[in-house]
Design a protein around this ligand. Structure first.
Ligand SMILES: [Zn+2]
Ligand SMILES: [Zn+2]
Length: 98
């Protein structure tokens, strides 16, 4: 019985849940917990759009979009994505006020 306020993080393929350990290595060589920084390397600040499921702690090794690991956030994510996408030029740049 999931509620809207419940946010879960687990692999979309095998449902492995991150245990807070540093299981991910950036291209710069830094090893950290990618879910502690939402996929951003704390050393070089590269933003990883995908996240691999680490086999060592029990994951399946499949690489998935980082966003797919979050469950229960769909509504919030859609909202953020819509805000992030610039409105088409034809619509104009005036705020939506009626
Ligand atoms: Zn890095
Ligand atoms: Zn997995």
């Amino acid at each position: 019985m999931a509620t809207d306020s419940t946010i879960e993080i687990y692999c979309p393929h095998c449902h492995w849940e991150p245990d807070g350990g540093p299981h991910w290595q950036c291209r710069c060589g830094h090893v950290w917990d990618t879910f502690g920084t939402a996929g951003t390397c704390p050393q070089c600040h590269y933003r990883w759009a995908v996240t691999a499921c680490p086999p060592q702690p029990g994951g399946c090794g499949v690489t998935s979009p980082h966003i797919d690991w979050y469950h229960g956030l769909e509504a919030l994510i859609e909202e953020l994505v819509e805000e992030a996408i610039p409105a088409p030029a034809a619509v104009g740049c005036t705020p939506h006020e009626s």
